[in-house]
Write a protein that binds this ligand. Structure first.
Ligand code: CDP
Ligand code: MG
Length: 736
């Protein structure tokens, strides 16, 4: 039951929905496929039974027919070799005819705002043009991307186009992964990485051009970069600054950059037919799958691929399983459906699959997060299925709580999504919400991240750049003052800032780590508790970003047992993560061991890479690598030194109350302590699904809080009243 209620996939059993589907399917499959002689249309009935009714809406502004172009133009040039074809393709991109005028504009202006629709060639071509024009003789061309996957895949594409090895002339740099070399002249990187580069090189001297790409995404790092690059452009007249965006809302960027000229790359768009559901959909994942199958079986194979926007990895994996299962049963009755997932943590090898051309007679269905909205362009998409949701960070500055929430998208987002279907021919977009919803419920634009996130990380970076007056920092859209204050407060509590708001020695060390301040504080504190070795393993495991354990459907019991092994003695999730890492290390990083223990070997390899880098950073901040595996208390005290603001005390009925800003929370069902329910806990993060869940939880002694953070907790906060009241409380509960 507990696993069923969550919609965003943060549940422990991602297959719960699949099981539900299977029950449903088996009945129908026998019904429909009992006789071989039925005509084809009948075979498809399984889909029609669940058919979702759409009504056609108006063609939206933003997805109208701008310049209709005839398809021949795209279908020229079938070159001999693959590379020749790539070169030929470069010339078909909308940006190509503007190559010379663009170069001229860059020459004439220091700052240029570039606007062009997604897929017009901004990211892959413009840096190459500048390279060809000689800009890289004076320094690198850096191009920032809000997303890691985009940075990697675009760099890979450009290296192919330039016929060089990835990591040589063309490279990428993302957190914990630097794929560049001395040779690198075109560097694609996440916006967060460029922000970190400022720490080492405040004038970005090694760059001749900085292109802040996908500026419309307005990520936190991009917004901060705006302020920083605007500033350095003043005293580095030789630095060229390009701000590129996929939306027409470029005036705002231009205004911010002192009326920088706007260079527009005219798009080509085919008409997109918009369809809305007649009534709201109760289960958008279900509706998305049914719609995808409906399109697949009713439309001729080869006429175009399908792109489905989902909210996250686990939701995508669930959809993939269901689709595989449903199409498997149909065998040769339907054309092949190639399922391609794409999300930030998808291993690089698998990412390439979405760009592979669809074989003849088959159809591709791409299951993507918002990454496919503007960051990535997948050719051949004709149908877009848009459930209308995105997983978005939200932040409550009052409590300092951050959660990832599944939120309705904005109109701007909906139109971007729809537009993805009309790139290479007329497209169709299926919105799994009503026209009324679209017009009345959706916001016009997505709120920039800076206004809905915890700013502690950014404030720490800015402070270490020597920027003290944050309230007067040149923000394009300033964050709420309350959020800034909250960040200062947290950094003060973590001893990263002194009471004058100046960076302390601890803060300076923390800023060296590309991690959340609480995580870096935990590492810095491990010096004192003599367990830095264990703590960086835990920090690495917490930073993987994808799940460590897997649970194959036919071996759930085995998988659960293997997992419980690491939780033996109710050590808590942090120590369990450490045990996983240490055990793997003991087997000399064996893949076989991972299989036997139902552990994702890829996640572990990533943890190892991250750990290696953290080890290098320890040296830089002069923290000795000391191992103390037996002293669990020392390890948990280090954790508490970073995470003391995340402490909670048990109430009744398995609920907890956070200590500082009282709020009711629960231990996530995937935690090893979910059944144990210790009285006091410290947690890594909160995730809101059906309830506010604490994820990665360890037991805590309340006296540690006053010992570690006397400036934050007073004795009265941690007096263990619960222990005195417990028997009475329990008696009452059972009478109820
Ligand atoms: O940045 P913008 O959205 O304007 O376009 P782009 O990312 O430079 O993409 C231009 C074209 O390059 C796309 O239409 C794709 O055909 C191709 N591309 C690709 O095949 N693989 C990638 N990883 C990125 C782009
Ligand atoms: Mg781009």
């Amino acid at each position: 039951e507990r696993y069923r209620d969550s919609k965003d996939g943060d549940k422990m059993n991602p297959f719960a929905e699949q099981e539900a589907w299977e029950d449903h399917q088996i009945g129908k499959a026998t019904l429909k496929y009992g006789s071989k002689n039925k005509k084809q249309a009948d075979d498809y009935n399984f889909v029609f039974e669940d058919q979702i009714e759409f009504i056609q809406g108006q063609v939206m502004g933003g997805v109208n027919v701008d310049d209709e172009v005839n398809e021949e133009e795209y279908e020229k040039s079938i070159a001999k070799s693959a590379h020749e074809k790539l070169l030929a393709d470069r010339k078909t991109l909308p940006v190509y005819p503007y190559r010379e005028s663009l170069l001229k504009a860059v020459e004439d202006h220091q700052v240029l705002v570039i606007v062009g629709e997604t897929g017009s060639g901004k990211t892959t071509q413009i840096p190459q043009y500048l390279h060809e024009a000689g800009y890289t003789k004076r320094g690198m061309i850096g191009c920032t991307q809000p997303r890691r996957v985009a940075a990697m895949s675009v760099a890979a594409r450009v290296s192919q186009e330039m016929n060089v090895k990835l990591g040589h002339e063309v490279g990428y740099s993302i957190r914990f992964e630097d794929c560049t070399s001395d040779k690198t002249v075109l560097k694609y990187m996440t916006d967060g990485m460029l922000l970190r580069e400022f720490l080492g090189e405040p004038d970005l001297q090694s760059y001749s051009v900085v292109m802040v790409d996908e500026a419309h995404e307005r990520t936190l790092s991009t917004d901060i970069l705006f302020g920083l690059v605007k500033d350095i452009a003043r005293f580095r007249p030789d630095l060229k600054l390009l701000i590129s965006s996929a939306t027409l809302d470029a005036e705002k960027f231009s205004d911010y950059f002192d009326s920088a000229p706007i260079f527009k790359i005219p798009g080509r768009r085919f008409p997109v037919e918009i369809n809305y559901t007649k009534a709201p959909e109760a289960d958008y994942l279900d509706a998305a799958i049914v719609t995808a199958l409906q399109i697949h079986v009713t439309q001729p194979p080869g006429d175009g691929d399908i792109l489905v926007f989902l909210t996250g990895q686990e939701e995508i994996e669930t959809a993939e399983e269901i689709l595989k299962h449903r199409t498997r049963g149909l065998g040769s009755k339907i054309a092949e459906l190639i399922i391609c997932p794409i999300y930030a943590n998808l291993p690089t090898e698998l990412q390439a699959k979405i760009f592979e051309p669809t074989p003849e007679g088959a159809r591709k269905v791409v299951l993507a997060t918002n990454i496919a909205e503007t960051s990535l362009t997948i050719d051949g998409i004709k149908y877009v299925i848009d459930p209308g949701f995105v997983k978005m960070k939200s932040y409550n500055p009052r409590t300092g709580m951050e959660s990832l929430l599944i939120t309705p998208i904005s109109k701007a987002s909906a139109n971007q999504r729809a537009g993805r279907s009309g790139r290479t021919g007329p497209g169709k977009c299926f919105r799994l919400y009503t026209a009324y919803n679209y017009f009345n419920d959706l916001d016009d634009n997505t709120v920039p991240e800076i206004q809905r996130t915890n700013l502690a990380n950014v404030v720490l970076s800015l402070k270490s750049l020597g920027i003290h007056d944050l309230l007067n920092f040149d923000f394009m859209d300033p964050p709420p003052a309350e959020a800034l204050l909250k960040a200062l407060e947290l950094l003060f509590a973590l001893s990263a800032l002194n009471k004058h708001g100046e960076l302390t020695k601890v803060g300076r060390k923390m800023a060296e780590f590309p991690l959340d301040p609480m995580l870096s504080k935990m590492i810095v504190a491990s010096d004192k508790y003599k367990c830095s070795d264990e703590i960086i393993s835990i920090a690495a495991m917490l930073s993987i970003g994808s799940s460590i354990f897997y649970r194959p459907k036919d071996k759930q019991v085995h998988a659960d047992n293997a997992r419980l092994n690491f939780h033996m003695g109710n050590v808590g999730d942090h120590i369990a993560l450490l045990k996983v890492y240490s055990s793997w290390k003991e087997t000399n990083f064996s893949t076989q061991w991972c299989y036997e223990n139902y552990i994702q070997v890829r996640s572990m390899k990533r943890a190892r890479d991250i750990r290696d880098q953290l080890e290098g950073l320890l040296e830089r901040v002069e923290i000795e690598l000391v191992s103390n595996p037996g002293d669990l208390e020392a390890i948990k005290k280090s954790i508490t030194s970073g995470y003391f603001p995340h402490s909670a005390k048990m109430q009744k009925n398995g609920s907890y109350r956070t200590v500082k800003h009282p709020q009711t929370v629960y231990i996530h069902p995937s935690s090893g302590l979910a059944q144990v329910l210790p009285r006091w806990v410290v947690y890594h993060e909160l995730v809101l699904t059906t309830k506010e869940y604490m994820r990665q939880v360890s037991e805590l002694k309340p006296e540690w809080l006053v010992e570690i953070a006397p400036h934050y907790y007073q004795l009265k906060d941690v007096e263990d009243l619960a222990s005195k009241k417990m028997p009475r409380g329990e008696g009452r509960a059972s009478k109820d």
